[in-house]
Design a protein around this ligand. Structure first.
Ligand code: HCA
Ligand code: CU
Length: 467
């Protein structure tokens, strides 16, 4: 049984160049509550008045999740957390030598005094208290136990084992958490693992194995530097590999897409679970397997999170994928024709960046010597945008970059300020995308030109995103 504390609103907003607006924070909190995370870390109210306002509004929403405020070990800051009406406050204070000496200029004994005083104070205000020994993973274990037990005696019921610099490895986390479980007074243990070596989720899973209770996540793995475990990957890993099935998987993609859009912090296509390529198959061997039985190359059905598998057609493609793609357009072909079409796809695909359905249909036309009266489902359009005069064009561009299927955005001179391409699967999708673009603050008007025919150029026709 694991618990999840999502800290998109606190750690996530520590992502370089990311700031959420108040209403966006409320929406994130609602999405997190729909997913069913146990705790939402809503922010540190002492950072700014808007952060405080967001924490207060979220605390007032009466969500199922426990609402947590983060705070330095400073009385006034703890008061501000209390004023927001949260359930719990986190008092964080470092324990490692390097932090105590170079940053705080305090001895270990002074640190313990400060920790106890502030945990006791927060507890006396009627708040539940988590104590976070910042940089716990680089702290001498005896002192860590001493600091945490002092905090527990002063009223903390949760300790966060913070791997602030992401320097842990799974087997070491396992040993440390095991040790803490043996030496700490009764408390819950959270795991706050940074992803500096790409080990955050693996470290957190190892900590749970060793007896910790809770994993800290952010939507899309945001956070200081390289962030912390991705909420969606964490939930799916525990759902599929460890049988933790109580989270609402249906809201995951929406939360990821929403945060991607409002943050301008874009997922790599190979991001686990939510990345564009997570269920896309390419090589002939793989697509052949998947078309015979998806379980050959999919460890779970993408429909579990409302996604669909995709098969890329290009020079790596085999016969089965081509037959399947043409069958989607009700085009039937003989065995010899398939061979020829695949050969031609390999030849053309060797010279081009992307192949579109239009190209594949054209190749089929040439091979079958028939006119195939079908409309390719993937549609490319060039969209021009005029931006309101009082709005920075770059602010609009930032939002546009968050919309999937948008590529090659240019700021331009002339009647319009921005041009870009969109790639949609149907005219309906195209319409929706344009509607979405029109709702971006600062967009005055748009003009859309649908691409009728594409010609390869010296760069291999690479200016529009592939299907
Ligand atoms: C920081 C603080 C923290 C706190 C983690 C926690 C960390 O920004 O340094 O409260 O569990 O990584 O130590 O995010
Ligand atoms: Cu952190």
């Amino acid at each position: 049984m694991i618990e999840i504390l999502d800290t998109t609103l606190r750690e996530g907003e520590q992502t370089p160049y990311v700031n959420f607006l108040l209403d966006e924070k409320i929406e994130i909190a609602r999405l997190l509550d729909r997913i069913g995370v146990e705790m939402i870390e809503a922010g540190d109210p002492s950072v700014s008045p808007t952060v405080a306002a967001a924490v207060k509004r979220i605390a007032d929403l009466n969500l199922n999740a426990e609402i947590v405020a983060h705070s330095l070990a400073i009385r006034g800051n703890i008061d501000r957390a209390k004023d927001c009406g949260v359930d719990r406050v986190v008092v964080f204070y470092p324990t490692s030598q390097i932090h105590l000496q170079s940053k705080m200029h305090k001895s270990q004994a002074q640190a313990i005094e400060i920790i106890c005083e502030h945990v006791r104070y927060a507890h006396s205000l009627g708040l539940k208290v988590r104590y976070t020994p910042e940089d716990a993973s680089r702290t001498d274990m005896d002192f860590l136990v001493q600091a945490c037990n002092s905090a527990i005696e002063a009223g903390a019921d949760r300790i966060s084992f913070a791997d602030t610099l992401g320097v842990m490895q799974p087997h070491i986390v396992y040993e440390r958490v095991h040790y803490l479980r043996q030496h700490l007074l009764p408390c819950k243990i959270d795991l706050h693992c940074h992803d500096d070596y790409g080990l955050a989720l693996a470290n957190a899973m190892a900590g749970i194995r060793a007896g910790a209770d809770c994993i800290h996540t952010t939507i899309n793995g945001m956070g200081e530097r390289t962030g912390i475990p991705d909420l969606c990957a964490t939930i799916l890993a525990f759902h599929n590999l460890e049988g933790a099935t109580r989270y609402n998987l249906r809201a995951l993609m929406e939360s990821s897409a929403y945060v991607e859009k409002i943050s301008g912090f874009f997922l790599a296509p190979n991001n686990p679970i939510t990345g564009q390529n997570a269920f896309t198959h390419k090589s002939g061997v793989h697509t052949n397997g998947v078309l015979k039985d998806p379980r050959t190359y999919e460890s779970f059905d993408p429909a579990l999170i409302g996604r669909e598998r995709k098969i890329v057609i290009d020079k790596y493609t085999g016969k089965r994928a081509v037959i399947a793609r043409l069958a989607e357009y009700n085009i039937e072909i003989s065995d010899e024709q398939v061979e020829e079409i695949v050969e031609e796809i390999k030849r053309v695909g060797d010279q081009r960046k992307f192949l579109f359905d239009a190209d594949i249909i054209e190749i089929a036309e040439n091979v079958t010597k028939q006119t195939l009266d079908v409309i390719p489902r993937d549609i490319n359009a060039m969209v021009m945008i005029e931006v309101e005069s009082h709005v920075y064009t770059s602010a609009v561009v930032r939002r546009l970059r968050g919309i999937k299927h948008v590529s090659n955005i240019y700021e331009i001179t002339g009647d319009y300020d921005v041009s870009m391409f969109i790639n949609a699967e149907t005219t309906h999708d195209l319409n929706n995308l344009i509607e979405e673009i029109r709702t971006i603050p600062g967009v005055k008007q748009t003009e859309t030109r649908v691409v009728l025919k594409k010609y390869p150029n010296g760069n291999g026709n690479g200016h529009v995103k592939g299907a």
